[in-house]
Design a protein around this ligand. Structure first.
Ligand code: DGL
Length: 271
């Protein structure tokens, strides 16, 4: 038993979509979340910048005495999972891509045409394609960077023609030319536009990697006998900029769960 919280982080509010899955499957766990809303988006930044930000956040979470770190960001998982594991050897660290890539390979056939969508950094790393190929190299995988999605989602421009047009801008030709039948939401922000995508392309099978990540977290905690039984503290959500949308999103997602929202600027001091 271990009642300490699990540390989650993302460039912004996208990682909240991973937290919701975990809360459904493991309601006794408590979360310390860090959303780097002041510096989002990460996906179009240099790898060295993404690494620097990620190390700062992981340092902060470790000082908050988390029992595990869940990287609720594909961009960070694609670019610096190895560096984070190397630096924080004593704590389990889970990325979002590997559990999902494994599940995709198990649930897909060689007739499927799988489209991975994500940020520029995730897509140029080919992390999904490579990991899927390591499980089954016969699967057909196509990749498309959609860098405008994250800024629009962070601004809550979701139920809008602007979002629908942006989705069509990126996906119409991609889906048509590659005859895509399965779309993997390779960015934790994208589940927030899942219903837009489904409305525009109703035939698609849509895969949300956050679910697989929650499953992986559960497996590790069970295996290490580290599940929480009687957590005392509320969930805490830190953001480097307390945007109105971040606060609203937390209110909307965690209506019935005790939560605290706090501002934290990692550039001023580390704790
Ligand atoms: N949610 C992050 C991801 O999964 C978004 C990255 C960004 O800030 O561009 O990749």
């Amino acid at each position: 038993m271990d009642n300490r919280p699990i540390g989650f982080f993302d460039s912004g509010l996208g990682g909240l979509t991973c937290v919701t899955h975990l809360m459904e499957t493991m309601p006794k766990e408590r979360i310390v979340y860090f959303g780097d809303t002041a510096r989002t988006p990460y996906g179009s930044k240099a790898e060295s910048t993404i690494k620097h930000f990620s190390m700062q956040i992981a340092d902060f979470l470790v000082k908050k005495n988390v029992k595990m770190i869940a990287i609720a960001c594909n961009t960070v998982s694609a670019t610096c999972l190895g560096d984070l594991k190397e630096r924080f050897k004593d704590i389990p660290i889970v990325g979002v891509i590997e559990p999902a890539a494994q599940a995709i390979s198990l649930t897909s056939s060689i007739r499927d045409r799988i489209g991975i969508i994500g940020t520029k950094a995730t897509i140029s790393s080919h992390a999904y394609r490579n990991i899927i190929a390591s499980f089954d190299d016969r699967l057909k995988v196509y990749e498309k960077a959609c860098p405008a999605f994250v800024p629009l989602i962070e601004e809550d421009i979701i139920n809008s023609d602007i979002m629908d047009l942006t989705i069509k801008y990126y996906l119409d030709d991609f889906i048509l030319e590659n005859r895509i039948d399965t779309i993997v939401l390779g960015c934790t922000h994208y589940p927030l536009i899942r219903s837009n995508i489904l409305r525009l392309y109703p035939e698609l099978r849509i895969i949300n990697p956050s679910k697989e990540m929650a499953g992986k977290i559960e497996d590790i905690l069970q295996e290490k006998n580290m599940t929480a039984q009687k957590p005392e503290n509320p969930n805490i959500f830190y953001a480097s900029d307390l945007s109105e949308n971040f606060i609203n999103m937390i209110d909307k997602i965690f209506e019935d769960v005790p939560t605290k929202v706090k501002f934290k600027n990692l550039d001023i001091d580390a704790v």
